[in-house]
Design a protein around this ligand. Sequence first.
Ligand code: SF4
Ligand code: F3S
Length: 103
Amino acid sequence: AIDPQFHENREKVGEENGVAVWGPVDEPEELGIHGTHVAVDYDLCIADGACLEDCPVDVFEWVDTPGHPESEKKAEPTHEAQCIDCMLCVDVCPVDAIDVDAG
Ligand code: SF4
Ligand code: F3S
């Protein structure tokens, strides 16, 4: 499962699609965690898609990640600022790849 303490345990190494990327990153096999308020561990995501389908405010968008061992696309929390902290995505992700910091 995603480390809920990733803010402390990882370092921000950049930004993609308007969201922070928390390393380590070693493309294309290791992609880190994307997002801060809504965070997706790209190295766990298997592109199940439940988060995209179920989020009531459409926080997530697909991005292509060719060459990643788990899946060749990932759910990017592009619109994390719109999140209403319903926690649905956290509940539906089959691999517990999502953390929402509801405070
Ligand atoms: Fe969307 Fe709810 Fe997840 Fe926020 S917690 S990203 S509103 S499903
Ligand atoms: Fe990935 Fe989990 Fe969403 S596997 S696509 S983060 S439901």
